[in-house]
Write a protein that binds this ligand. Sequence first.
Ligand SMILES: *[C@@H]1O[C@H](CO)[C@@H](O)[C@H](O)[C@H]1NC(C)=O
Ligand SMILES: *[C@@H]1O[C@H](CO)[C@@H](O)[C@H](O)[C@H]1NC(C)=O
Ligand SMILES: *[C@@H]1O[C@H](CO)[C@@H](O)[C@H](O)[C@H]1NC(C)=O
Ligand SMILES: *[C@@H]1O[C@H](CO)[C@@H](O)[C@H](O)[C@H]1NC(C)=O
Length: 449
Amino acid sequence: MDRVLVFSVPWLALFLVLTTTWAEDRLINPSQLEMFVDELPDMPRIHGFDVVNGVPKPKRLRIGMFKKEWKFHRDLPPTPVFAYGVSKNNATVPGPTIEAIYGVDTYVTWKNHLPSKHILPWDPTIPTAVPSTKKGIPTVVHLHGVIGEPESDGHAESWFTNRFAEKGPTWTKKTYHYRNFQQPGNLWYHDHAMGLTRVNLLAGLVGAYIIRHPKVEGPLGLPYGDEFDRTLMVFDRSFRINGSIYMNSTGNNPSIHPQWQPEYFGDAIIVNGKAWPHATVRRRKYRFRIINASNARFFRFFFTNGLRFIYVAADSVYLEEHVVTNEILLAPSEIADVVIDFSKSKSDTVILANNAKYPFPDGDPVNEANGKVMKFIIKKDKEVDTWRVPKKLIKYPSPELSSASQTRYIALYEYTSNTDEPIHLYINGKPYEEPVTETQKKGPQRYGM
Ligand SMILES: *[C@@H]1O[C@H](CO)[C@@H](O)[C@H](O)[C@H]1NC(C)=O
Ligand SMILES: *[C@@H]1O[C@H](CO)[C@@H](O)[C@H](O)[C@H]1NC(C)=O
Ligand SMILES: *[C@@H]1O[C@H](CO)[C@@H](O)[C@H](O)[C@H]1NC(C)=O
Ligand SMILES: *[C@@H]1O[C@H](CO)[C@@H](O)[C@H](O)[C@H]1NC(C)=O
């Protein structure tokens, strides 16, 4: 009897260890997560300007990157993430929305408070920022869509670690300067560190940035203000049953790149940091700036009750005239800026859905989980709506293309392994690390309005 006990206890312990490990590696089946239970969050809004005597003035911001936990769904355990925020307490995924004013400078000191160990697997066999001390996670912030000085662009090699302890070869300064001297529109900021961009973004380092031009946009009469003008940042993630973000740690070509997976697709569709949220809206017009912050997933959005989108701007510029459409196809990093008139809805709830195959255009069809995005609950009372969507929006001066003196053809090559999986990319036969071959002429700076 004793002998059996002596042997069975370690076996039982081993069995428990194995079950736990196996369980933690198992993924949440998205059908276990009830949809539309969390309310759509609005990310904190930070002004990139001060107002002095009614006049907007330049402002200095400090925004940190923190490791913390984030609840992506009511029934998911807290997920370790990397988040942007003014403080760790109010850091969010996505990060705060920065609202700037045309022509008024915004200065941001981006501060890296991340620990040494990444929460996701990364692959040192692709060109990657690796601190010589092996301490700290390299980060650098790129503001996508910005027209600005190279020193504030967030070049992949301008990375830095916690407390600026170590810096990449092209690092020049701590505080970035955004002149906001470009057409009003939508930009987004995200991590850009060499070889780590995909994992740092998947960990949560993304946020929206809006440039407003009250004189030009005000007269349009589009929905405006915190309630009616909102950003929707959409991305996909998969989760383990312990709540952590799942990323496959076996590469597509494990003998060449042990971990590197060139594309990421997740099972759950996340809007403003919540999986399939819901929002209660009034029976009137709203403006939504929809940013696709997925790694590889395209979205083709449509409403299940035929409600339509009024497209007013794409990426960082307005359209000359609005376009009414039943669906929106959005590639990664694209932004659709649309007005939705809920007074036109024939039902009191409507689902924003997605039917883009993944990978786009001929991958798998969507399923019950990734074919749904979020639900709108529309209040019954009809309201007087003072917002308008004029046919004519903003006409920009035509670009001066006639000054181009040379035409060059550029070939992008994707090298694949014998299993037809990508290994690396070359431009005109040269890898990214090669010295610069072109010196372009500085053009006229005609971004003003
Ligand atoms: C969740 O499980 C994974 C895989 O076993 C593990 O690496 C990770 O540390 C766990 N996370 C938490 C928060 O327990
Ligand atoms: C975040 O928290 C800091 C203090 O920790 C506070 O000063 C700041 O106003 C907060 N910002 C937002 C956007 O909530
Ligand atoms: C992870 O990727 C490897 C290599 O592409 C693949 O064989 C494996 O099935 C993937 N695992 C999961 C859980 O998708
Ligand atoms: C979203 O953007 C990512 C890149 O950031 C892209 O790979 C993906 O296809 C886009 N998805 C949609 C729906 O536009």
